[in-house]
Design a protein around this ligand. Structure first.
Ligand code: GLY
Length: 366
């Protein structure tokens, strides 16, 4: 079992990573003193596959457990779904001391975190992420949000979990597409901060694709450390440090939305990284060799494959309009996270539209 500390002044917490640890969740939660009654927010598939293991572990340590299911998919990150859930929780919450358990992928984590942030002006919650992507990124750092028609994650709060509890064994039940999807964020960490990680992933692609537990655990631990460090240095994204986690996300979020979420988050971010690296190269920041290495590694995880990423209906003007809503942009000025080399990125303002358009054309019109 590995423990990574998220060192925050007011809300420090641990990320616990292990194999087959789901059944012991109660043991870890008991000393946190966050309540007695667990409200587990999950989706039907995760509940069916792993709900009983989690509930058993919590009940053994004296917690009561109530499950609320929400459908899988980005549509569950809506104001409608959040209010429906809040009403059910309020009805259930009589004479209890509840806390929330976000038990699922990124959608569940964001929605459950958001509900925990606003119910009674904030109650404790814990993240038990069940996808590779959620374990390495959104479960850590307290960003909780729902979407509006106008854009993804537009309504939200910073609400830190009391613990992040990542069982890598659960990842063996992910379907292939969901599993590969997680590698976009993993490769992103290599690009933004850690050349050694990038090289480890390159050397161990086969093992990782075969879900070799030792290689996989190593990667989840390393990414959790990087995320914890970045969040520790800039919890509320006010210092421009946390912004680097958005490498590939400017175009990525726009592609995800334009595909009506048929494109998974990681798949869209992979394309977004290809686009950001093309912009970086055109601006003279990134050598062609590094750009090709990034594309090659994304490709090795099937993330550059048109078969997996349904792009036919994406239109460059629509992507440019959607990108203008990016939270990083300030007024009319665009801001991109661009790469200098593998392991290093920086935030760049005012990229000429001609360069952006050419990069989008190159990657979206294949
Ligand atoms: N996923 C980006 C962040 O947590 O800041």
């Amino acid at each position: 079992m590995a423990v990574v500390n998220v060192k925050l002044k007011e809300n420090p917490y641990k990320i616990i990573i292990g194999h087959g640890i789901l059944k012991d969740a109660g043991k870890v939660l008991r000393p946190l003193k966050i309540g007695e009654d667990a409200v587990v927010i999950t989706n039907p598939l995760i509940n069916r596959l792993h709900g009983r293991t989690l509930a058993g572990g919590l009940k053994r340590r004296g917690f009561s457990v109530k499950f609320f299911e929400v459908p899988d998919g980005e549509q569950s990150k809506s104001a409608f779904a959040a209010v429906a859930l809040l009403k059910k929780i309020a009805q259930y919450d009589t004479g209890k001391k509840i806390f929330i358990v976000a038990f699922g992928g990124g959608v569940i984590g964001d929605l459950a975190g958001f509900v925990a942030a606003i119910y009674k002006r904030g109650i404790p919650y814990v993240q038990v992420p069940t996808t590779l992507l959620a374990q390495v990124d959104p479960a850590i750092g307290g960003k909780a949000a729902i979407d509006l028609e106008a854009g993804k994650n537009l309504v939200g709060a910073f609400h830190q979990p009391k613990v992040v509890y990542s069982d890598v064994k659960v990842l063996t039940t992910l379907n292939d597409r969901q599993y590969r999807n997680g590698f976009a964020e993993i490769i992103k960490y290599g690009m933004i901060r850690d050349k050694k990680l990038f090289e480890f992933i390159s050397r161990n692609t086969k093992k990782l694709l075969a879900r070799d537990l030792s290689a996989l655990t190593r990667v989840v631990v390393r990414c959790s450390r990087i995320k914890a460090d970045v969040v520790g240095a800039d919890e509320k994204e006010t210092k421009g440090i946390r912004t680097i986690l958005n490498f590939g996300h400017t175009a990525g979020h726009a592609i995800e939305a334009a595909s009506r979420f048929k494109c998974f988050h990681g798949e869209a971010v992979a394309l977004g990284m290809a686009i950001a690296s093309e912009i970086s190269h055109q601006k003279g920041m990134l050598r062609l060799n590094d750009q090709l290495r990034l594309q090659g590694l994304l490709g090795a995880f099937g993330l550059m494959d048109k078969k997996n990423v349904p792009l036919r209906k994406l239109n460059v003007d629509q992507i440019i309009r959607l990108m203008a809503r990016d939270k990083k942009f300030q007024g009319k000025k665009n801001r991109f996270v661009l790469a200098g080399r593998i392991g290093q990125v920086k935030v760049v303002e005012g990229v000429p539209e001609k360069i952006i358009r050419a990069a989008l054309n190159k990657w979206l019109k294949r």
